[in-house]
Design a protein around this ligand. Structure first.
Ligand code: FAD
Length: 517
């Protein structure tokens, strides 16, 4: 092995950044070159766009992340800006739909809301930062408890997780009291852990890949000298020689030139659809590649908080203090975040309750609950999807996507177990909402793909038996030096937001890779 090994990392989201950080901290001479297909949005790479104070700059950063559906790139695909293709969903800000309806779009009629972000920091520049720990059957059963706890702790450090965000908010506490009453025997509500750093004025500086990179993104740090991030660099192929990956083929999207970069170790952390796509394009095709796709079916609703109910637990002065705190950061609408966690048996769901001054959609002034003094909560239940071989993404050898990679077709279906849990959670959401106030958006099941938490497509497993893509340390079966990272590695059915778990699995993978270097 090279005395000064080169590590190629594909993808600059929180997971690629975890590999880069852990590997450079563990190996004194290694160099990391990170390739990112999208542009760098912020001066410090990978910062959350939620921290950008100017609304115009924030909107521009989001548009730049939206790949083929945004601005000039969208027009170059023959879809004039502003055109809504029939049957097309709108992607969340900062993301673009995989099945966007133009030339080279993925085929995903049964998973229509599938989306991605293409920018330095990946989806981690746009995420909500909810970072609950997985529990019970959500965890990976072949990693023992003591090791798992240490991995989660490291992941929480890397993401700057804190469990007491807005815990001092009296309004947030009042919402928890109402939740507890309405939810009856469900587990006790608590604040939702989030990734970010509380500021002296009571706001939060949200975490992105920037905090995971940490010293790598600090030009004064010695680690930064061994780290290089190349944005607008699209990896088309992993070069393979027998059981070894020897480099990557990269297109510089500024010059359109393609070059091969040699590497001693290759990590692919390019999200749950584009990671298996790149492996497929490179001729690496384990049976489980792209299969076992899961996400969280999501039922959401919005409730105008009842003044009568809220004032049982919070005073007018509490509300005034909350409004003053939020006025300090008007561009970031999220205030208290609460949850009722997953617990087996009895509550195999995660409920997330975000308190906000305004609903997430425009409410006509004449609406009886417009301008509700106590504000609103957006509530969402996440449910499990059992992993099945049939659900997943396949790739075409004949049809290329808009980036020149094998085009994707996603096939996905909910089964009777999911349907039953969705019905139960919808019922619970209705009961809880009625306890908090008045629905201004009734509970409804979101289209498949809406969770943005896509899992299983490069799952890890204990045996190379066709049901997993990588070993328990995320090393692709049959390869000495090729690792995968991201939500695709999660093999279990989960209900919680997956990034913390994927960072923990990436820490484990990087520990293994470092020993091999
Ligand atoms: P990504 O962050 O998606 O990064 C992958 C990167 O790889 C992208 O930048 C992409 O451009 C790049 N790439 C892909 N292909 C190539 C290629 N061939 N060559 C070079 N680069 C390539 N998760 C939570 O846990 N909690 C939340 O509260 C939460 N909220 C969310 C809210 C929103 C609006 C969004 C969009 C996401 C949210 N998520 C949340 C999901 C979370 O952001 C992801 O789990 C996380 O970003 C995954 O990290 P990653 O590094 O694996 O992938």
């Amino acid at each position: 092995m090279n005395d000064q090994p080169v590590i190629a990392v594909v993808g600059s989201g929180p997971i690629g950044s975890t590999f880069a950080r852990e590997l450079l901290e563990r190996h004194p001479r290694a160099r990391v070159v990170m390739f990112e297909a999208g542009p760098q949005l912020t001066a410090v790479p990978g910062e959350s766009v939620r921290n950008i104070p100017s609304p115009d700059e924030k909107a521009r950063a989001r548009e730049l992340s939206q790949g083929p559906q945004a601005g000039a790139l969208r027009e170059s695909l023959g879809i004039p800006a502003g055109t809504v293709v029939e049957g097309m969903f709108t992607a969340r800000q900062g993301t673009h739909l995989l099945d966007f309806g133009g030339e080279g779009a993925a085929h995903a009629p049964t998973f229509p809301a599938a989306a991605a972000s293409t920018n330095v920091g990946g989806m981690g520049a746009h995420w909500t930062c909810a970072t609950p720990r997985p529990s019970g059957s959500e965890r990976v059963d072949f990693i023992d408890d003591a090791e798992w706890d240490a991995l989660i702790q490291r992941a929480e450090e890397l993401l700057h997780v804190q469990s007491a965000a807005f815990a001092d908010s009296a309004v947030g506490a009042a919402i928890r009291s109402l939740l507890e009453e309405a939810a009856g025997s469900d587990p006790a509500p608590s604040t939702l852990p989030v990734a970010g750093d509380p500021q002296p004025d009571g706001t939060v500086r949200w975490a992105g890949a920037d905090v995971v990179l940490g010293p790598l993104a600090d030009p004064g740090s010695p680690l930064a000298a061994r780290f290089e991030l190349r944005d607008l660099s699209l990896v088309h192929q992993i070069v393979v020689d027998g059981a070894r990956a020897t480099g990557v083929v990269v297109e510089d999207l500024r010059t359109r030139e393609t070059a091969t970069v040699e590497a001693d170790l290759v990590v692919v952390a390019a999200d749950a659809f584009r990671t298996p796509q790149l492996l497929w394009a490179s001729g690496i095709r384990p049976r489980a590649l792209g299969r076992y796709l899961t996400e969280h079916p999501v039922v959401i609703s919005t409730v105008a908080l009842s003044g009568d109910q809220m004032s049982r637990f919070a005073s007018e002065a509490d509300l005034e203090a909350e409004l003053a705190r939020r006025a300090a950061n008007p561009v970031d609408p999220v205030a208290a975040v609460n949850r009722i966690p997953f617990a087996e048996p009895g509550h195999p769901y995660s409920l997330q309750v975000m308190y906000a001054e305004q609903p997430p959609f425009p409410l006509d002034e004449s609406h009886p609950h417009a301008g509700n003094r106590w504000g609103y909560v957006n509530m969402g239940y996440g449910m499990r999807k059992r992993p099945r071989f049939e659900d997943g993404v396949t790739f075409s050898d004949d049809e290329l996507d808009y980036r020149g990679l094998p085009n994707m077709t996603i096939e996905y279906a909910l089964g009777p177990e999911e349907e039953a849990e969705i019905a139960d959670a919808t019922e619970r959401l209705r009961r809880i909402g009625e306890g908090l106030g008045v629905f201004i958006a009734e509970p409804r099941l979101m289209p498949n793909g809406s969770s943005l938490h896509y899992q299983g497509t490069t799952r890890i497993g204990v045996a190379d038996d066709g049901t997993s893509v990588a070993d328990p340390h995320s090393r692709v079966w049959g390869f000495e030096n090729l690792y995968v990272g991201g939500n695709g590695t999660i093999p279990t059915a989960t209900t919680m937001n997956p990034t913390l778990m994927s960072v923990a699995l990436a820490v484990r993978a990087a520990q293994d890779a470092a020993t091999r270097l």
